[in-house]
Design a protein around this ligand. Structure first.
Ligand SMILES: [Zn+2]
Length: 467
């Protein structure tokens, strides 16, 4: 379980951070991405179901001679269990919301003697960050095998869109047995994203297992990674893979390379045409991604951090197409946050140079560059960022939620759904709205084409209905 309500404090307040050279900043805001660490990811019923299932599967595999005897002398060292998709260009894509709780009573304590855990939490929670639902929808963060092993369990078919602790829903997960007899659990995966390999198959370290989702008892997309040195899956065999002075479960680190307890990174920087909003499937996340602007446009420059560190400073610069510096500003943080985001707006001059502009940020040794274009032509090719449509969920169930770009003038947007043969099965229009809802309960499961028409522009997307 991790960040229950995505309570995020915004918008457009002026923070206490220090600015130098900030005379041109217009609007700014952001804050912590707050997690609510009050519930367990895995319930007692889950533990009993999973234990029985894995026990049975391992017996069957052993009897078939597929599961070799474990060798305690083998050394298993873990690689990081997440990997970004090749087309994700961000520096980093996750934060850590909870380690294994070392305290068996009602108090909490993580391996490093801190409080970064939840009561009774037996795994490490890695949440994707930022734009968690965008990452889920586009399969951009993969869960991979921490070490070579054999698949001893798979659970799939549960919704990937949990936004809160939901009493009795199961997760989607893959379970591996490694050569030394240890077992790793990978939970909350996206529905239907699991590896096609069957139970009993071998996987290599770093091999794809699934996509990060939010199935089961989960308040947002994250990986719950749980480790046991052997069966049975009880506290006695539980491992916290990080070594530290308050780790009461094991002395040694199980990582090939253990990440520092606090590891500040600039995850990504982006440009937008409005103040972004994080949300849940019921309240759509609004990315407002935009990489093409016109002279005089207001540009929203955003930055997203993992482990923002108190007293550290992030430096931002924007360059014109001829590489001359246009703006620069810096932000010194006054708090420690597991995850945070900040934005500033800058209005392009009426005579802004046409061409490719460069936005860059440097933070604690991490650097990112993001380019955007300034054009004076209206909407020709590559208008994807200007005229975007976000659909949720996809695959869809009964209600499809849509998010359109902010509508300056009152513009009509038509949503058309066609069957694969091209027949129109649904046609709905919206006037000046930035989001809409389409009732698709009457449409049978299958693949459709979803068209969004604005003036003479049409955006087409594949829509899958899968209940
Ligand atoms: Zn967890």
């Amino acid at each position: 379980m991790f960040n229950s309500k995505l309570i995020f404090l915004i918008v457009a307040f002026i923070w206490n951070g220090t600015f130098l050279l900030c005379q041109n900043i217009e609007e700014s805001g952001g804050g912590e991405y707050i997690h609510n660490p009050s519930m367990k990811c895995v319930s007692d019923e889950d533990y009993s179901r999973i234990s029985f299932m894995l026990h049975d599967n391992m017996n069957i595999l052993q009897n078939k001679g597929i599961l070799p005897k474990s060798d305690k002398n083998q050394v298993v060292a873990f690689a990081f269990p997440l990997k970004k998709a090749e087309n994700l260009t961000w520096n980093n894509f996750y934060g850590i919301s909870g380690f294994v709780d070392q305290n068996s009573d009602n108090e909490v304590m993580d391996y490093n003697c801190g409080l970064r855990t939840y009561d009774g939490h037996n795994g490490v929670d890695y949440f994707t960050w930022p734009f968690q639902w965008y990452l889920v929808e586009n399969d951009l963060v993969h869960i991979v095998a921490a070490a070579d092993g054999i698949i001893i369990g798979k659970e799939d078919g549960n919704s990937s869109y949990s936004c809160d602790w939901n009493g009795n829903q199961n997760w989607n997960a893959v379970y591996l047995r490694h050569n030394d007899g240890s077992v790793t659990w990978y939970g909350h995966m996206k529905k239907n994203s699991l590896t096609g390999k069957a139970i009993g198959s071998q996987v290599k370290q770093g091999e794809y297992l699934g996509v990060v989702g939010s199935s089961g008892r989960s308040s947002g997309p994250h990986l719950h990674f749980e480790v046991y040195k052997s069966q049975p899956f009880t506290r006695f065999n539980l491992i916290e893979p990080h070594s530290g002075s308050c780790n009461t479960l094991n002395n040694d680190s199980w990582w090939e390379s253990q990440e520092s307890y606090q590891y500040p990174v600039l995850n990504t920087i982006l440009t937008h045409n409005n103040v972004i909003e994080f949300g849940c499937p019921t309240e759509l996340e609004k990315t407002y991604f935009k990489n093409e602007f016109k002279p005089g446009d207001k540009v929203y420059f955003s930055r997203f951090y993992k482990d923002q560190k108190k007293g550290s400073t992030s430096f931002q610069k924007v360059y014109k197409p001829d590489n001359t510096l246009w703006r620069q500003w810096q932000h010194t943080f006054t708090d420690d946050f597991n995850a945070s985001w900040w934005f500033n707006t800058q209005t392009l001059p009426a005579n802004a140079e046409i061409g490719e502009w460069k936005y860059e940020a440097t933070y604690e040794g991490s650097y990112m560059q993001h380019t955007f274009r300034v054009t004076n032509t209206s909407g020709t090719a590559d208008e994807d960022t200007e005229f975007n449509m976000i659909t949720f969920p996809n695959p869809a169930i009964d209600i499809l939620k849509l998010s359109f770009p902010p509508n300056d003038q009152i513009q009509k947007i038509a949503i058309i759904i066609r069957s694969v043969t091209g027949k129109i099965v649904l046609n709905q229009t919206y006037l000046g709205e930035t989001e809409g809802q389409v009732d698709i309960a009457h449409l049978p499961n299958g693949i459709y084409l979803l068209e969004c028409k604005k003036e003479d522009k049409t955006l087409t997307k594949k829509l899958i209905i899968n209940r």
